[in-house]
Design a binder for this molecule. Structure first.
Ligand code: NAD
Ligand code: ZN
Length: 351
Protein backbone atom coordinates (compact mmCIF):
# COMPACT_ATOMS: atom_id res chain seq x y z
CA UNK A 1 0.00 0.00 0.00
CA UNK A 2 1.43 3.32 -1.05
CA UNK A 3 -0.01 6.69 -1.72
CA UNK A 4 1.02 9.79 -3.63
CA UNK A 5 -0.23 13.23 -2.81
CA UNK A 6 -0.97 15.31 -5.90
CA UNK A 7 -2.00 18.96 -5.90
CA UNK A 8 -5.75 18.34 -6.08
CA UNK A 9 -6.19 14.63 -5.36
CA UNK A 10 -4.47 11.49 -4.13
CA UNK A 11 -3.28 8.36 -5.86
CA UNK A 12 -3.64 5.23 -3.74
CA UNK A 13 -1.99 1.96 -4.64
CA UNK A 14 -3.59 -1.32 -3.48
CA UNK A 15 -5.76 0.24 -0.80
CA UNK A 16 -9.47 -0.72 -0.88
CA UNK A 17 -10.11 0.91 2.45
CA UNK A 18 -8.90 4.29 1.14
CA UNK A 19 -11.08 3.76 -1.93
CA UNK A 20 -14.23 3.21 0.13
CA UNK A 21 -13.44 6.06 2.48
CA UNK A 22 -12.87 8.46 -0.40
CA UNK A 23 -16.20 7.55 -1.97
CA UNK A 24 -18.10 7.99 1.28
CA UNK A 25 -16.41 11.37 1.73
CA UNK A 26 -17.57 12.53 -1.70
CA UNK A 27 -21.21 11.85 -0.62
CA UNK A 28 -22.40 11.03 -4.14
CA UNK A 29 -26.14 10.93 -4.84
CA UNK A 30 -25.48 7.89 -7.06
CA UNK A 31 -22.47 5.99 -8.36
CA UNK A 32 -21.90 4.91 -11.99
CA UNK A 33 -19.15 2.48 -12.92
CA UNK A 34 -17.98 2.71 -16.54
CA UNK A 35 -16.42 -0.52 -17.83
CA UNK A 36 -15.61 -1.95 -21.23
CA UNK A 37 -16.46 -5.51 -22.27
CA UNK A 38 -13.16 -6.86 -20.89
CA UNK A 39 -13.09 -5.00 -17.61
CA UNK A 40 -16.73 -5.94 -17.11
CA UNK A 41 -15.70 -9.57 -17.49
CA UNK A 42 -12.38 -9.53 -15.62
CA UNK A 43 -12.45 -6.64 -13.13
CA UNK A 44 -16.03 -5.84 -12.18
CA UNK A 45 -16.54 -8.75 -9.76
CA UNK A 46 -13.43 -7.73 -7.84
CA UNK A 47 -14.74 -4.17 -7.59
CA UNK A 48 -18.16 -5.47 -6.59
CA UNK A 49 -16.59 -7.50 -3.78
CA UNK A 50 -14.81 -4.50 -2.32
CA UNK A 51 -16.92 -1.46 -3.08
CA UNK A 52 -19.31 -0.77 -0.24
CA UNK A 53 -21.55 1.69 -2.10
CA UNK A 54 -24.33 0.65 -4.48
CA UNK A 55 -23.62 1.38 -8.11
CA UNK A 56 -24.96 1.21 -11.68
CA UNK A 57 -22.84 -0.21 -14.47
CA UNK A 58 -22.42 1.31 -17.92
CA UNK A 59 -20.57 -0.95 -20.32
CA UNK A 60 -19.04 0.06 -23.64
CA UNK A 61 -17.27 -1.98 -26.34
CA UNK A 62 -13.50 -2.23 -25.87
CA UNK A 63 -10.79 -0.77 -28.08
CA UNK A 64 -9.44 2.50 -29.41
CA UNK A 65 -11.93 2.54 -32.31
CA UNK A 66 -14.72 3.05 -29.78
CA UNK A 67 -13.04 6.08 -28.21
CA UNK A 68 -15.45 8.36 -30.06
CA UNK A 69 -18.17 10.93 -29.56
CA UNK A 70 -20.69 8.23 -30.50
CA UNK A 71 -19.70 6.21 -27.45
CA UNK A 72 -19.91 9.38 -25.33
CA UNK A 73 -23.47 9.91 -26.53
CA UNK A 74 -24.30 6.42 -25.34
CA UNK A 75 -22.67 7.07 -21.94
CA UNK A 76 -24.38 10.46 -21.52
CA UNK A 77 -27.74 8.93 -22.44
CA UNK A 78 -27.28 6.12 -19.89
CA UNK A 79 -26.51 8.77 -17.27
CA UNK A 80 -29.67 10.71 -18.15
CA UNK A 81 -31.86 7.58 -18.27
CA UNK A 82 -30.64 6.44 -14.87
CA UNK A 83 -31.14 9.80 -13.21
CA UNK A 84 -27.52 10.93 -12.77
CA UNK A 85 -27.43 14.43 -11.31
CA UNK A 86 -24.73 16.96 -10.42
CA UNK A 87 -23.83 15.06 -7.25
CA UNK A 88 -23.39 11.72 -9.01
CA UNK A 89 -19.99 10.09 -9.22
CA UNK A 90 -18.45 8.15 -12.07
CA UNK A 91 -15.86 5.42 -11.52
CA UNK A 92 -13.85 4.65 -14.66
CA UNK A 93 -12.84 1.01 -14.45
CA UNK A 94 -10.57 0.23 -17.37
CA UNK A 95 -7.55 1.07 -19.44
CA UNK A 96 -6.68 4.40 -21.02
CA UNK A 97 -9.68 4.29 -23.35
CA UNK A 98 -12.22 4.01 -20.51
CA UNK A 99 -10.27 6.54 -18.42
CA UNK A 100 -9.94 9.17 -21.18
CA UNK A 101 -13.49 8.74 -22.50
CA UNK A 102 -15.17 8.26 -19.12
CA UNK A 103 -13.35 11.24 -17.65
CA UNK A 104 -14.40 13.34 -20.65
CA UNK A 105 -18.05 12.24 -20.32
CA UNK A 106 -18.03 13.05 -16.61
CA UNK A 107 -16.26 16.39 -17.04
CA UNK A 108 -18.87 17.52 -19.57
CA UNK A 109 -22.09 15.94 -18.23
CA UNK A 110 -24.15 18.74 -16.61
CA UNK A 111 -21.03 20.92 -16.98
CA UNK A 112 -19.03 18.44 -14.97
CA UNK A 113 -19.62 15.76 -12.37
CA UNK A 114 -16.94 14.16 -10.23
CA UNK A 115 -15.08 11.07 -11.35
CA UNK A 116 -12.41 8.73 -10.04
CA UNK A 117 -10.00 6.65 -12.09
CA UNK A 118 -9.49 2.94 -11.42
CA UNK A 119 -6.98 2.06 -14.14
CA UNK A 120 -6.70 -1.63 -15.00
CA UNK A 121 -3.89 -1.77 -17.60
CA UNK A 122 -0.23 -1.16 -16.86
CA UNK A 123 -0.23 1.71 -19.35
CA UNK A 124 -3.14 3.45 -17.68
CA UNK A 125 -1.77 2.80 -14.18
CA UNK A 126 1.56 4.50 -14.86
CA UNK A 127 0.54 6.99 -17.50
CA UNK A 128 -3.03 7.69 -18.65
CA UNK A 129 -4.67 7.97 -15.22
CA UNK A 130 -2.42 10.84 -14.13
CA UNK A 131 -2.08 14.32 -15.57
CA UNK A 132 -5.76 15.05 -16.16
CA UNK A 133 -5.81 14.73 -19.96
CA UNK A 134 -9.24 13.51 -21.09
CA UNK A 135 -10.87 13.14 -24.46
CA UNK A 136 -11.80 11.13 -27.51
CA UNK A 137 -10.56 10.59 -31.06
CA UNK A 138 -12.30 12.56 -33.82
CA UNK A 139 -12.24 12.30 -37.63
CA UNK A 140 -9.38 9.82 -37.44
CA UNK A 141 -7.23 12.04 -35.22
CA UNK A 142 -6.24 10.76 -31.81
CA UNK A 143 -7.41 12.74 -28.79
CA UNK A 144 -8.67 15.56 -31.04
CA UNK A 145 -11.51 16.64 -28.72
CA UNK A 146 -11.04 16.84 -24.98
CA UNK A 147 -9.95 18.82 -21.98
CA UNK A 148 -7.70 18.76 -18.94
CA UNK A 149 -9.47 18.09 -15.64
CA UNK A 150 -8.27 16.35 -12.49
CA UNK A 151 -10.14 13.36 -11.10
CA UNK A 152 -11.30 13.25 -7.46
CA UNK A 153 -8.88 10.38 -6.92
CA UNK A 154 -6.91 7.64 -8.62
CA UNK A 155 -7.06 4.13 -7.17
CA UNK A 156 -4.64 1.60 -8.54
CA UNK A 157 -4.93 -2.10 -7.81
CA UNK A 158 -2.07 -4.08 -9.30
CA UNK A 159 -4.09 -7.30 -8.94
CA UNK A 160 -6.10 -6.24 -11.97
CA UNK A 161 -2.98 -6.78 -14.07
CA UNK A 162 -3.21 -10.55 -13.52
CA UNK A 163 -5.77 -10.90 -16.31
CA UNK A 164 -4.10 -8.43 -18.66
CA UNK A 165 -2.75 -10.12 -21.81
CA UNK A 166 1.07 -10.27 -21.95
CA UNK A 167 1.34 -8.07 -25.05
CA UNK A 168 -0.66 -5.33 -23.30
CA UNK A 169 1.61 -5.69 -20.29
CA UNK A 170 4.71 -5.25 -22.46
CA UNK A 171 3.11 -2.28 -24.16
CA UNK A 172 2.61 -0.48 -20.85
CA UNK A 173 6.11 -1.40 -19.78
CA UNK A 174 7.53 0.90 -22.47
CA UNK A 175 6.22 3.90 -20.50
CA UNK A 176 7.97 2.64 -17.36
CA UNK A 177 11.23 2.33 -19.27
CA UNK A 178 10.68 5.80 -20.71
CA UNK A 179 10.00 7.33 -17.29
CA UNK A 180 13.27 5.89 -15.98
CA UNK A 181 15.25 7.14 -18.95
CA UNK A 182 13.93 10.70 -18.82
CA UNK A 183 13.92 11.27 -15.09
CA UNK A 184 15.38 8.59 -12.86
CA UNK A 185 18.58 6.77 -13.63
CA UNK A 186 18.13 4.36 -10.70
CA UNK A 187 14.76 3.18 -11.99
CA UNK A 188 16.23 2.71 -15.46
CA UNK A 189 19.23 0.79 -14.10
CA UNK A 190 16.97 -1.51 -12.15
CA UNK A 191 14.65 -2.16 -15.09
CA UNK A 192 17.47 -2.70 -17.55
CA UNK A 193 19.29 -5.08 -15.18
CA UNK A 194 16.14 -7.16 -14.86
CA UNK A 195 15.60 -7.62 -18.63
CA UNK A 196 12.06 -9.00 -18.22
CA UNK A 197 8.88 -7.81 -16.56
CA UNK A 198 8.58 -11.03 -14.58
CA UNK A 199 10.34 -10.84 -11.28
CA UNK A 200 9.87 -7.09 -10.86
CA UNK A 201 8.14 -5.70 -7.80
CA UNK A 202 5.21 -4.30 -9.78
CA UNK A 203 3.78 -2.22 -6.94
CA UNK A 204 7.11 -0.55 -6.41
CA UNK A 205 7.73 0.01 -10.12
CA UNK A 206 4.27 1.49 -10.63
CA UNK A 207 4.89 3.80 -7.68
CA UNK A 208 8.31 4.99 -8.94
CA UNK A 209 6.92 5.58 -12.39
CA UNK A 210 3.87 7.47 -11.16
CA UNK A 211 6.07 9.74 -9.05
CA UNK A 212 7.90 10.74 -12.21
CA UNK A 213 4.75 11.39 -14.23
CA UNK A 214 3.16 13.32 -11.35
CA UNK A 215 6.21 15.51 -10.74
CA UNK A 216 6.55 16.41 -14.40
CA UNK A 217 2.84 17.08 -15.03
CA UNK A 218 2.41 19.15 -11.87
CA UNK A 219 5.29 21.40 -12.83
CA UNK A 220 3.75 21.98 -16.26
CA UNK A 221 0.06 20.99 -16.31
CA UNK A 222 -0.70 22.59 -19.70
CA UNK A 223 2.28 21.27 -21.65
CA UNK A 224 3.96 24.63 -22.16
CA UNK A 225 7.44 23.23 -21.59
CA UNK A 226 8.76 20.56 -19.26
CA UNK A 227 5.85 18.16 -19.80
CA UNK A 228 7.10 17.68 -23.35
CA UNK A 229 9.88 15.43 -22.03
CA UNK A 230 7.19 12.75 -21.61
CA UNK A 231 7.19 12.59 -25.41
CA UNK A 232 10.61 10.95 -25.48
CA UNK A 233 10.37 7.96 -27.83
CA UNK A 234 6.98 9.18 -29.06
CA UNK A 235 7.87 11.26 -32.15
CA UNK A 236 9.31 8.27 -34.00
CA UNK A 237 6.98 5.96 -32.03
CA UNK A 238 3.80 7.76 -33.15
CA UNK A 239 4.93 7.82 -36.79
CA UNK A 240 5.62 4.07 -36.71
CA UNK A 241 2.35 3.39 -34.88
CA UNK A 242 0.30 5.50 -37.34
CA UNK A 243 1.96 4.16 -40.50
CA UNK A 244 1.37 0.52 -39.55
CA UNK A 245 -2.01 1.06 -37.90
CA UNK A 246 -4.14 -0.19 -40.79
CA UNK A 247 -1.74 -2.92 -41.91
CA UNK A 248 -2.10 -6.64 -41.23
CA UNK A 249 0.57 -6.31 -38.52
CA UNK A 250 -0.23 -3.20 -36.46
CA UNK A 251 1.77 -2.43 -33.33
CA UNK A 252 0.49 -1.67 -29.86
CA UNK A 253 1.32 1.84 -28.68
CA UNK A 254 4.11 0.74 -26.36
CA UNK A 255 5.66 -1.56 -28.95
CA UNK A 256 5.94 1.41 -31.31
CA UNK A 257 7.27 3.62 -28.52
CA UNK A 258 9.95 1.00 -27.77
CA UNK A 259 11.21 1.38 -31.36
CA UNK A 260 10.98 5.16 -30.92
CA UNK A 261 13.07 4.97 -27.75
CA UNK A 262 15.92 3.25 -29.62
CA UNK A 263 15.73 5.78 -32.48
CA UNK A 264 15.57 8.79 -30.20
CA UNK A 265 18.34 7.42 -27.95
CA UNK A 266 20.46 7.36 -31.13
CA UNK A 267 19.55 11.03 -31.76
CA UNK A 268 20.51 11.84 -28.15
CA UNK A 269 23.87 10.16 -28.80
CA UNK A 270 24.37 12.07 -32.07
CA UNK A 271 23.82 15.44 -30.40
CA UNK A 272 26.44 14.45 -27.84
CA UNK A 273 24.23 13.86 -24.80
CA UNK A 274 24.82 10.18 -24.09
CA UNK A 275 27.79 7.87 -24.64
CA UNK A 276 28.04 5.02 -27.12
CA UNK A 277 27.95 2.52 -24.24
CA UNK A 278 24.76 4.07 -22.88
CA UNK A 279 23.21 3.99 -26.34
CA UNK A 280 23.95 0.29 -26.76
CA UNK A 281 22.71 -0.45 -23.27
CA UNK A 282 19.36 1.16 -24.16
CA UNK A 283 19.17 -0.65 -27.49
CA UNK A 284 19.96 -4.03 -25.95
CA UNK A 285 17.47 -3.62 -23.13
CA UNK A 286 14.68 -2.72 -25.55
CA UNK A 287 15.52 -5.51 -27.98
CA UNK A 288 15.63 -8.06 -25.14
CA UNK A 289 12.07 -7.18 -24.16
CA UNK A 290 10.48 -6.35 -27.53
CA UNK A 291 12.57 -8.27 -30.06
CA UNK A 292 14.03 -6.74 -33.22
CA UNK A 293 11.61 -5.75 -36.02
CA UNK A 294 13.50 -3.75 -38.68
CA UNK A 295 10.56 -3.69 -41.10
CA UNK A 296 8.69 -1.18 -38.95
CA UNK A 297 11.15 1.69 -39.53
CA UNK A 298 10.38 1.70 -43.26
CA UNK A 299 9.48 3.43 -45.51
CA UNK A 300 11.74 6.21 -44.25
CA UNK A 301 10.27 9.03 -46.35
CA UNK A 302 6.70 8.37 -45.33
CA UNK A 303 7.56 8.05 -41.66
CA UNK A 304 9.31 11.43 -41.81
CA UNK A 305 6.29 12.99 -43.54
CA UNK A 306 4.06 11.73 -40.71
CA UNK A 307 6.45 13.28 -38.15
CA UNK A 308 6.20 16.65 -39.90
CA UNK A 309 2.44 16.69 -39.37
CA UNK A 310 2.77 15.83 -35.66
CA UNK A 311 0.99 18.53 -33.64
CA UNK A 312 4.15 19.15 -31.58
CA UNK A 313 6.00 20.50 -34.63
CA UNK A 314 5.69 23.68 -36.62
CA UNK A 315 6.60 24.75 -40.17
CA UNK A 316 7.88 21.33 -41.16
CA UNK A 317 10.67 21.32 -38.55
CA UNK A 318 10.79 18.14 -36.50
CA UNK A 319 11.41 18.68 -32.81
CA UNK A 320 12.23 15.97 -30.33
CA UNK A 321 12.31 15.39 -26.62
CA UNK A 322 15.74 13.79 -26.17
CA UNK A 323 17.87 12.45 -23.38
CA UNK A 324 20.25 14.97 -21.89
CA UNK A 325 21.86 12.09 -20.02
CA UNK A 326 20.49 8.75 -18.85
CA UNK A 327 17.86 9.81 -16.29
CA UNK A 328 17.49 13.36 -17.64
CA UNK A 329 15.75 14.86 -20.66
CA UNK A 330 15.45 18.04 -22.70
CA UNK A 331 12.81 19.12 -25.22
CA UNK A 332 12.24 21.09 -28.44
CA UNK A 333 15.47 19.83 -29.96
CA UNK A 334 15.42 20.25 -33.73
CA UNK A 335 17.09 17.40 -35.59
CA UNK A 336 18.08 17.29 -39.27
CA UNK A 337 16.27 14.90 -41.54
CA UNK A 338 19.40 12.93 -42.52
CA UNK A 339 20.18 12.33 -38.83
CA UNK A 340 16.65 10.99 -38.32
CA UNK A 341 17.23 8.64 -41.26
CA UNK A 342 20.46 7.47 -39.61
CA UNK A 343 18.50 6.67 -36.46
CA UNK A 344 16.27 4.33 -38.50
CA UNK A 345 19.37 2.62 -39.90
CA UNK A 346 20.74 2.28 -36.38
CA UNK A 347 17.57 0.50 -35.29
CA UNK A 348 17.67 -1.75 -38.37
CA UNK A 349 21.27 -2.92 -37.98
CA UNK A 350 21.82 -6.47 -36.83
CA UNK A 351 24.43 -6.63 -34.07
N1 NAD B 1 -4.67 10.72 -20.67
C1 NAD B 1 -3.40 10.49 -20.86
O1 NAD B 1 -2.52 11.19 -20.36
C2 NAD B 1 -2.99 9.31 -21.69
C3 NAD B 1 -1.67 8.87 -21.67
C4 NAD B 1 -1.34 7.75 -22.41
C5 NAD B 1 -2.31 7.09 -23.16
N2 NAD B 1 -3.60 7.56 -23.16
C6 NAD B 1 -4.65 6.88 -23.91
O2 NAD B 1 -4.81 5.58 -23.38
C7 NAD B 1 -5.33 4.71 -24.40
C8 NAD B 1 -4.58 3.41 -24.34
O3 NAD B 1 -4.74 2.83 -23.07
P1 NAD B 1 -4.60 1.26 -22.83
O4 NAD B 1 -3.32 0.79 -23.41
O5 NAD B 1 -4.88 1.05 -21.40
O6 NAD B 1 -5.71 0.66 -23.80
P2 NAD B 1 -7.20 0.10 -23.56
O7 NAD B 1 -7.96 0.90 -22.62
O8 NAD B 1 -7.74 -0.08 -24.93
O9 NAD B 1 -6.91 -1.34 -22.92
C9 NAD B 1 -6.24 -2.33 -23.64
C10 NAD B 1 -7.05 -3.62 -23.70
O10 NAD B 1 -6.99 -4.28 -22.43
C11 NAD B 1 -8.31 -4.61 -21.98
N3 NAD B 1 -8.24 -4.61 -20.53
C12 NAD B 1 -8.17 -3.55 -19.71
N4 NAD B 1 -7.94 -3.93 -18.44
C13 NAD B 1 -7.90 -5.28 -18.45
C14 NAD B 1 -7.65 -6.25 -17.46
N5 NAD B 1 -7.38 -5.91 -16.19
N6 NAD B 1 -7.69 -7.57 -17.82
C15 NAD B 1 -7.91 -7.93 -19.11
N7 NAD B 1 -8.10 -7.03 -20.11
C16 NAD B 1 -8.09 -5.73 -19.78
C17 NAD B 1 -9.18 -3.56 -22.61
O11 NAD B 1 -10.52 -3.98 -22.69
C18 NAD B 1 -8.52 -3.42 -23.98
O12 NAD B 1 -8.97 -4.47 -24.82
C19 NAD B 1 -5.19 5.46 -25.70
O13 NAD B 1 -6.46 5.89 -26.12
C20 NAD B 1 -4.31 6.66 -25.37
O14 NAD B 1 -4.63 7.80 -26.15
C21 NAD B 1 -3.94 8.64 -22.43
ZN1 ZN C 1 2.81 6.73 -24.63
Amino acid sequence: MKNILCKNYQIHINNWSAFNKAIVKLKPSSVFVLADENTEKYCLSNLFEHLESRFNVISIPSGENHKTINTCQFVWSELVKNGADRQSLMINLGGGVVGDLGGFCAATYMRGIRFVQVPTTLLSQVDASVGGKLGVDFMGYKNMVGLIRDPSGVFIFTDFLKTLPQDQMRSGYAELLKHGLIADRETWDELSRNKTIQGLDIEDMVYQSLMIKKTVTERDPNEKGLRKILNFGHTIGHAVESYWMDSRTPLLHGEAVAIGIVGEAYLSYRVGNISENELFDIRNTILDVYGHHPKYVKPTGELIEIMKTDKKNSQGHIRFALLEAVGQACYDVEVRQDTIEESFLFYQQKM
